[in-house]
Design a protein around this ligand. Sequence first.
Ligand code: 5AD
Length: 364
Amino acid sequence: MHTLDDIKDLLQSCENEDDFARLQARALETTLQHVGPEIHFRGLIEFSNVCSRDCFYCGIRKSNKKIQRYSLSQEEIVELAKWSAQEGYGSIALQSGERCDPVFVDFVIEVLRQIKSETRSELLPDGLGITLCVGEQTKETYQRFFDAGAHRYLLRIETTSPSLFAQIHPTEQHLHTRLRSLEFLKEIGYQVGTGVMIGLPGQTYEDLARDVLFFRDIDIDMIGMGPYLSHHDTPMSRYAEENNRNRLLIFRKSLAMIAATRIVCPKINIAATTALQTIDPAGRIDGLRFGANVLMPQTTPPGFRRNYLLYEGKPGLDENALETRLNLERQIESIGRYVSKNKWGDSLRFHEKHPQSPDSPSGK
Ligand code: 5AD
């Protein structure tokens, strides 16, 4: 059983070349042993940047009047989903700003139903696997999304430090409501994902080590996490200089967080996020080398990508979805791994916990 100090040590190894190389080797070995060389793709559909929240770090926060708000239509989203299925992705991630009004909730439900019914095929008898990522909702809403076909849900905790959480969110947002939401999702039967931002102002190695212990203690199924990158139209832009100065260290800390999480929770799915690639063009591939096994290539049409900037410098704004995929596949093959095709790519940890849950014939 890893202690807080063990994890702190793992994380701190990002400050020394030899220790960092050893951490990478250990994380990669653990990955290959427990989840294998396969990488699972999820076609990422950022279907709307309309948001009712005002998180101090995020570029699509409600108070940012400088961006153009968009919402894809049901037809557009379904087309992107079908494209993902044709490409062999097996799964998609549907992501948007947070809204909980009935019009939005009903819309998402209709979208889920249509995607499930229109992506069934011989290769995917149960249609695409769907990960939903639309923030905090009531338990009833989570249940309705689940019944409509979402079977995985991502809700980042951002940080488990109560003081840090309070510092980066408006007073009406609470750590305990996020925690309760994660509980609801688990009770309903979702594969549940969470994650944190790395390199927040004032965040210590101890804070990050506690985040990893939290992932273990709630027995999480999936993780998506990455560096905090400042955005100029947010209240936290006052830390921009510090954030820019420390980018290299924040990048290495993020890789160390992936590695430590893989070592502590060996059978979960861990995504190498776009934010890593923002700091270094090979960042997502580094994420895979340090223990990640999931990638979420963007399918959002280039015209809309510009308005889904949670942080500055997001890469791939002009690339189309096919180019995005081919680029990634080439890089994955160059590190001796490969991309799974036409499989949901579920969390092995989830199926280990729930051996009775109906296995999809389209593969876990
Ligand atoms: N830098 C890095 N990650 C960010 N997110 C939002 N804003 C930023 C930022 N400036 C992350 C949060 C959120 C997810 C959708 O994107 O963790 O949960």
